[in-house]
Design a protein around this ligand. Structure first.
Ligand code: BTN
Length: 330
């Protein structure tokens, strides 16, 4: 059965608040009654709760929490981001898969998403664990016409996009741990890994990888105190496709502003308001040791102002240092 027809049906069912008749579907999609029946059955097998009533037709009661292209496309309202979707039921890392896709022509905006990421990559060579079916693991490709030194800002843009989406879709206020972790009640619920391929000063492509703990109900003991999910922190199960769509919609808007300014002036205030370390004591960890200081906000380039114990103020860059709270992750 063609995936496209399933996608068109899912999209139609999502848009209708009332029943849609079999005949209307036949006419609209130029298919037979038998085909309508077959597609509906296939969707039911995939977890869509579809009510079928004689003389009225079909109505979508509930869609499953899946991140298939049909489910994403039926809720996604972007102009260019995520219009091409590569979906894996399971894969090692969406960042790795997106890097392969990035080589192809027309890959700007391409999205790779999986239901089960088995070897997720984190920042600083760490791994990123995702529980099958409960986490959002996605990466998208960008081909920005920018010099490479501007690219670290994309990761802060992604953080603001996730932060806004979590607020609208899950109704949860959240904070940002510089440069790009999303934190709720002191627990990390999202990590972002931006990887790029550059040639001299210019950018071939960028892959923005976003992992959100959405519906997980528990975490291994070692990370229980610092990791959380939207479910553990908000008590509500969230449809991953809706969250994904909201993230892409916010990112697309922010990215277009960034293309104009090539700095973060348009979101600096919002970022600083959400910054969890603002005004707090922190440790700045670099390859040559640790220094204590007090965190300010970010500048237009996304660098963090820190006032160190000796009174000197410096701007720190995300590629060079990491920042910790004095007594733990925050
Ligand atoms: C971090 O260390 O905080 C960053 C974690 C980034 C995880 C995401 S999940 C989707 C994408 N694919 C990966 O392999 N990593 C990123």
């Amino acid at each position: 059965m063609s995936r496209n027809l399933k996608m068109e049906f899912v999209s139609e069912l999502h848009q209708r608040t009332d029943y849609v008749s079999g005949q209307e579907l036949c006419t609209k999609f130029q298919v037979s009654r038998t085909m309508v029946w077959k597609v509906m059955n296939q969707l039911k097998e995939e977890g869509y709760q579809i009510e079928a009533v004689t003389n009225r037709g079909y109505r979508l009661k509930e869609s499953p929490d899946v991140v298939t292209p049909e489910e994403i496309k039926s809720v996604l309202r972007t102009r260019w981001l995520g219009k091409k979707i590569v979906y894996y039921e399971a894969t090692d890392s969406t960042n790795l898969r997106a890097k392969e896709e990035a080589e192809g022509a027309d890959s700007h905006g391409l999205l790779v998403v999986t239901d089960s990421q088995e070897a997720g990559r984190g920042r600083r060579g760490r791994s990123w664990a995702c529980e099958k079916g409960t986490a959002l693991a996605m990466s998208f490709v960008l081909k920005p016409k920018l010099r490479s030194e501007k690219l670290s800002m994309l990761t802060l843009i992604a953080a603001v996009a996730v932060s806004r989406a979590v607020e609208t879709v899950a109704g949860l206020s959240n904070e940002i741990k510089w440069p790009n972790d999303i934190v709720i009640h002191g627990r990390k619920v999202c990590g972002i890994l931006t990887e790029m391929s550059t040639q001299e000063d210019y950018v071939n492509h960028v892959v923005v990888g976003i992992g959100v703990n959405v519906n997980a109900s528990q975490f291994p003991e070692e990370i229980q105190d610092m990791a959380g999910s939207l479910f553990t922190e908000g008590g509500k199960k969230i449809k991953r496709a809706r969250l994904l769509a909201a993230i892409l919609e916010e990112f697309e808007k922010l990215y277009e502003q960034f293309e104009q300014t090539e700095n973060l002036s348009f979101m600096q205030e919002e970022y600083n308001q959400k910054l969890v370390s603002m005004g707090k004591e922190i440790k700045v960890v670099s390859y040559d040791g640790e220094r204590r200081g007090r965190s300010g906000g970010i500048n237009e380039a996304g660098e963090l102002y820190v006032t160190f114990e000796d009174g000197t103020q410096e701007l720190v860059c995300s590629g060079e240092v990491s920042v910790r709270g004095l007594y733990g992750y925050i």
